[in-house]
Design a protein around this ligand. Structure first.
Ligand SMILES: *Cc1c(COP(=O)(O)O)cnc(C)c1O
Length: 456
């Protein structure tokens, strides 16, 4: 039996990608103020900026799009999606939104108040920004291993239960709910174990607090549980997902991840305690409760995509992709968050640029170097994303300087990954000539999207 794990699909529709020259890339990057977010996508060869909404839809999803019901109220497509989600999550109420951050904004605005505190393993950048915008403190309580890129642990996304207990005991009155993110995107796409979810939910319950899960990558998390957690080897991924959701009172989701669609998101709520407030907020800014910022056809594509996202052959290949690139990096002596996560590989910039000072943003510098060397676009997950310029002008820095290469679903084949590994080897060989950056211009929220940089 051949050992190579193949892409479990064939390609029916193709989109050309274009190689640029190295001189062109330098000019393009400088024109983009040394910020890859400002590049045109057609000037990128391998676009691994994000796995969010960038994947390929299946022929079944494109087919479903044609039967979308575009009725303003009570569309059939809403009820179809709601029935799929009721089955997976066991939760009653579907609140569709146009993407994940809209789900966050709608829920937080309806439920939180100024001065609240919300614990999470790690808040994703939009989650943190939406809480902070509402005057809520977002506290990250991932286990210590989750902040050590080189330490091996099967569930580095786990939340530190002792610290969560301490926070709930000390600040209980200020906590409207606890959150947990599966998989932990900001912490390296690392999974959370079922045991951890179960214990966290029980802890919250003891303190009388509901659990809201950020479930963008619930299917990938479930596959990790199947592969790594004792007792789940023979449990179908669908049943693992159902158990994960059984511990939560609500969830927010960006369907652009494991929903396998290009746009979409939702809130699911187990009971109606927050429903009215949430729906009122939804109507104000997203749309009527049965479409909430999406077209009927989007709801249909999502109903199909959620099922495809739980397919075990697909998930095995998906997790293997990141692992495969990880093996090549290991052989080349390039540090990365270990073990590899679900949707991405997170390069540890400090292992490539050990001497670069934090003030020159090493992960940002590595990200730029990948584009200059091979036309690859990743994203910095470091001090530009999570550091801050305080009102007194001092800078804060993030403990990890990572570059995330996130893989769009069902888009790239093995040779693309082989090519990327070769580019990384070249970049490492040239590390001494890689230049750092300074922030020339920045905004108050989510500054990495729009920051303008100059060479340090
Ligand atoms: C992508 C993502 C979000 C936000 O979703 P958008 O669809 O990009 O608005 C929130 N949380 C996590 C963990 C994510 O990965």
């Amino acid at each position: 039996m051949p050992r190579t794990m193949i892409e479990p699909f064939r390609i029916k529709s193709v989109e050309p990608i274009r190689m640029t020259s190295s001189a062109e890339r330098l000019a393009l990057l400088e024109e983009a103020k040394l910020n890859v977010f400002k590049l045109r996508a057609e000037d990128v060869l391998l676009d691994w900026l994000t796995d969010s909404g960038t994947g390929a839809m299946s022929s079944a999803q494109w087919g479903a799009i044609m039967v979308g019901d575009e009725s303003y109220a009570g569309a059939r497509s809403f009820f179809r999606l709601q029935s799929v989600l009721r089955d997976i999550t066991g939760m009653e109420h579907l609140v569709p939104t146009h993407q994940g951050r809209a789900a966050e904004r709608v829920l937080f605005t309806a439920v939180c108040k100024r001065g609240d505190v919300v614990p999470n393993n790690c808040h994703f950048d939009t989650t943190r920004a939406n809480l902070e915008f509402n005057g809520v403190e977002a506290v990250d309580l991932v286990i210590a291993e989750g902040l050590q890129p080189a330490t091996l642990h099967p569930f580095k996304g786990n939340i530190d239960l002792a610290r969560a207990d301490e926070l709930l005991t000390r600040e209980g009155d200020r906590v409207p709910f606890g959150m947990i993110t599966v998989t932990n995107n900001t912490g390296g796409g690392q999974p959370v174990s079922m045991a951890n979810i179960r214990a966290y939910a029980a802890l919250l319950k003891r303190h009388g607090k509901p659990l809201v899960m950020d479930v963008c990558r619930f299917a990938e998390n479930a596959m990790f549980i199947k592969l790594r957690e004792p007792g789940y080897t023979n449990t179908p991924v669908r049943a693992i997902c159902q158990e994960m959701f059984s511990y939560a009172d609500g969830c927010t989701m960006s369907a652009k991840k494991d929903g396998m669609v290009n746009i979409g998101g939702f809130i699911m709520l187990r009971d109606d305690r927050w429903l009215e407030a949430v729906r009122n907020m939804l109507i104000l800014t997203e749309g009527f409760p049965t479409y909430g910022g999406l077209a009927g056809r989007d709801l249909e594509a999502l109903a199909v995509g959620l099922e495809e996202g739980m397919d075990e052959a697909y998930l095995r290949y998906r997790l293997r992709t990141a692992e495969y690139l990880g093996e090549k990096l290991e052989a080349a002596g390039i540090g990365f968050v270990k073990p590899t996560g679900g949707h991405a590989v997170y390069l540890d910039a400090k292992t490539v640029l050990p001497e670069m000072p934090a003030a020159h943003y090493p992960a940002w510098a590595l990200c730029n170097a990948l584009y200059l060397e091979g036309g690859i676009r990743g994203v910095e997950i470091g001090s530009v994303m999570f550091g801050k310029r305080l009102d007194d002008g001092t800078e804060t820095y993030h403990p990890m300087e990572l570059v995330r290469l996130a893989f769009p679903r069902r888009m790239y084949t093995q040779s693309h990954f082989d090519f990327a590994a070769e580019v990384l080897v070249e970049v490492k060989a040239k590390a001494r000539s890689i230049r750092g950056v300074r922030i020339a211009k920045q905004s108050k929220y989510l500054r990495h999207f729009t920051a303008e940089m100059e060479w340090a």
